[in-house]
Design a binder for this molecule. Structure first.
Ligand SMILES: [Zn+2]
Length: 113
């Protein structure tokens, strides 16, 4: 969980303690998290994975973001403003899907670093 939390918050304006509290509220049972790993069977050709799952990162063209783009702000400025408005990165969306039990960190790392 520490590793996931670290990856979730790395280089982002995200508060780790607040994130952990939110995770506990959404994903934990009696304070315990359940993480899954692929085992495999004949239905998934022994991979442990079946089907596809989308990871999403959506930058909303809010008034603030539009103004920043108009004044040719740096990527960091636009990113910072977007985070204040609730943007989550691809990796953060992936980690949420790990905590929801849909996939594991190996699959997330395979598509975003
Ligand atoms: Zn299977």
């Amino acid at each position: 969980m520490d590793g996931l939390l670290q990856e979730y918050c790395l280089d982002l304006p995200v508060d780790a303690a607040a994130t952990l509290q939110a995770w506990k509220k959404s994903y934990a049972t009696d304070g315990q998290f359940t993480l899954y790993k692929a085992s495999g069977c004949e239905k998934c050709e022994n991979t442990g994975y079946k089907g596809r799952l989308g990871l999403h990162e959506l930058l909303i063209g809010s008034t603030t973001v539009k103004k920043l783009i108009q004044k040719r702000a740096t990527v960091e400025e636009i990113r910072g403003a977007a985070f204040m408005e609730g943007l989550r990165t691809l990796k953060q969306d992936g980690i949420d899907k790990i905590l929801q039990g849909h996939t594991d960190i190996q699959q997330i790392r395979a598509v975003c670093y």
